[in-house]
Design a protein around this ligand. Sequence first.
Ligand SMILES: Nc1ncnc2c1ncn2[C@@H]1O[C@H](COP(=O)(O)OP(=O)(O)OP(=O)(O)O)[C@@H](O)[C@H]1O
Ligand SMILES: [Mg+2]
Length: 247
Amino acid sequence: MGKIIAISSGKGGVGKTTVAANLSAALAQEGKRVLVVDTDIGLRNLDIVFGVQSVIVYDVTDVYENKIALLDACYHFPAYGDLYFLPASQAIDKEDIEEEKFYDMIKAAANQFDFVVLDCPAGIETGLKNAIRTADVAVTVVTPDMASLRDADRMLQVAEACNVKEIYVVINKFNRKLVRKKLMPNVDEILNRLGAPLLGIWCFEDRMVQFQNRGELIVTDSRRKCVKEIKNSAKRLMGEQVPIKIR
Ligand SMILES: Nc1ncnc2c1ncn2[C@@H]1O[C@H](COP(=O)(O)OP(=O)(O)OP(=O)(O)O)[C@@H](O)[C@H]1O
Ligand SMILES: [Mg+2]
């Protein structure tokens, strides 16, 4: 049975979709069979990040309604390895999702993959809860600012209430220069506040938006400074001991 990983945050815009896409591709590049599911029902974005927004036919609801088999509804990206993507529905709202059918679909998917990665919606309401209650692992994405940390705190309470077994933090859009000038909280301050172990520190990357607008994943370009840490985060998720450099 594969691991189900919910990429969540509480606060919007901190990088959940970015982390879900690049971490999934990095796991696939390591030889894992990976399904990434957009669970941001009604506000999907992962299709744009993968560059398939104009060709979407099937989505999550078609699969849990048994209109089509999971693999037939997914996009396969052989360029990244064994990586599959299932889009979210745009036609319904988060509140309208059939919770039990969605739960059963995600659990069944875990029988076919090494990792099922869920790109969760912002907030701590129904949409997040539906996703997180299926998860074995919650990866909480935070940016180094107080609003993100406070919302992540609330998100972690939801994960604990849903008995998620493992919880990690990805610090995204990190800027070492600003930390040195004490204009951003440092890594220790963030981790002490959240009380969860670190999966990775992903620096602010000027070209991130450019890559996403082109429908390309930054993890494919090893010249970009955040890529080594994205790959190391994937290795840590796979259980490898890769030290985190905190200068
Ligand atoms: N490490 C990074 N460096 C620079 N920009 C980033 C980084 N990570 C994400 N971004 C940018 O931040 C914006 C928000 O990212 P993303 O859509 O992944 O956030 P989100 O948490 O999924 O948002 P939402 O809550 O709306 O779903 C995007 O424009 C993305 O390109
Ligand atoms: Mg998103």
